[in-house]
Design a protein around this ligand. Structure first.
Ligand SMILES: *Cc1c(COP(=O)(O)O)cnc(C)c1O
Length: 387
């Protein structure tokens, strides 16, 4: 294969581009994970995580994908046959439901249309009907990466409270954490699930659970089998900065650096940056005359935008042309929206010119793929960003 010059544009909604500072931080000799130097690193990253999840309670860090952290949230809190209420926001919510089924839970899925986020009213109404409190947990994806719709977690919390329901509240923030404002404590979330490879700007390989007191209490009575995922062993070792088994030491070096970068920029500025890039993206999309998949403006995702291609056109063909001609990867349409949408990831270590390069690649690709569109979407985004 001929060499392609310059950096590949990895504009999928995760894994995201890893900044040089993080790559340098990871490029270290691995140390003794039972030694004093490690304890310092362990304590620092565990404390950093509390700031990022905006919580005062413990955060668990697994050497795992996000999928592992999904499983851990369920196995540590629930028992076989427990009912869990889940919301079909899109493909990732569907995958989480699949895990619940395989674990022997009884998920109930509130149907969604893949163009809206989780509906607080529908969740509240279902809980109000559950007079005997058979539902043990409500599980929601904060930012549905398949659709680019972001659920309003604070409103869902209020709906649970208004129904006076004791269910645990679990939220997947894998593609929103450190990109879109998220408040574990303030929003009364019991288990927050995270992953390293999206807003946190790290390579894949770390999974997170942030815990509330209520989640810890539930874990005492939970009867689903767990060993590797057990919070107990983690928490007793974490107290001293250690882990019960070999942690992903070098990824933790990266996590420490990535956290420093987020705090140097300021989390609020990080969120504002993502909001602005998402808005510039939608301005380009509207100018092209294409349609954003998410139909509710207050649910527009700030970390990715899913875009519909007109009927009779194949989004994957467009993606292939863009990869081939401009060395840029865009997100594919998943499951129900396969071939119908492509997704632009605008999260992580990302600035105005990264976005303009990305949009230019898309606009040129639309031309090459003969997708009807109005030229000048990049210019419209420039006009917005250059103000
Ligand atoms: C990426 C993603 C996952 C899956 O994470 P893996 O690390 O691939 O297991 C789960 N949920 C959401 C919302 C995601 O974006």
């Amino acid at each position: 294969m001929a060499r392609t010059a310059g950096r590949h544009f990895l504009q999928i909604p995760g894994p995201t581009n890893v900044p040089d500072r993080v790559l340098r931080a990871i490029d270290m000799p691995t140390i003794d994970h039972r030694g004093p130097e490690f304890a310092k690193l362990g304590k620092k990253v565990l404390a950093d995580c509390q700031k990022i999840f905006q919580c005062a309670g413990p955060v668990i860090i697994y050497p795992s994908s996000g999928t592992g952290a999904w499983e851990a949230a369920l196995t540590n809190t629930l028992s076989p046959g427990d009912k869990v209420l889940m919301y079909e926001s899109g493909h990732f919510a569907t995958l989480w439901k699949g895990i619940a089924e395989k674990l022997g839970l009884e998920p109930e899925f509130i149907a969604g249309d893949w163009r809206h986020a989780a509906d607080p009213e529908a969740i509240g109404a279902r809980l109000a009907d559950d007079k005997n409190h058979e539902i043990k947990a409500v599980c929601v994806v904060h930012n549905e990466t398949a659709t680019g719709c972001t659920s309003r977690i604070g409103e869902i919390r209020r709906a649970i409270d208004a129904a006076n329901h004791p269910a645990l509240f679990m939220v997947d923030t894998i593609s929103s954490l450190a990109s879109i404002d998220y408040r574990h404590d303030e929003w009364g979330v019991d288990v927050t699930v995270g992953g390293s490879q999206k807003g946190l700007m790290l390579p894949p390989g770390l999974g997170f659970n942030a815990l509330s007191d209520k989640a810890l209490k539930a874990s005492q009575d939970s009867k689903l089998p767990k060993s590797y995922w057990s919070w107990d062993d983690m928490l007793s070792a974490n107290g001293n900065g250690f882990f019960p088994y070999t942690p992903a030491t070098n990824l933790l070096y990266g996590l420490s650096e990535a956290s420093d970068m987020l705090f140097e920029e300021g989390l609020d500025n990080v969120f504002a940056r993502h909001d602005r890039h998402a808005e510039a993206t939608r301005i380009a999309v509207n100018h092209w005359g294409l349609e954003v998949l998410c139909q509710e403006p207050k649910e527009f995702s700030s970390s990715l935008t899913a875009i519909l291609v007109p009927e009779g056109h194949d989004a994957d063909m467009l993606r292939n042309i863009i990869l081939d001609k401009f060395d840029m990867s865009l997100g594919t349409g998943l499951a129900k929206v396969a071939g119908k949408v492509f997704r632009i990831g605008h999260l992580g270590d990302f600035n105005d010119l990264t976005l303009l390069g990305t949009l230019a690649g898309v606009e040129m690709g639309l031309g090459l793929a003969d997708v009807p569109h109005n030229k000048g979407g990049v210019q419209a985004a420039m006009d917005f960003l250059g103000k």
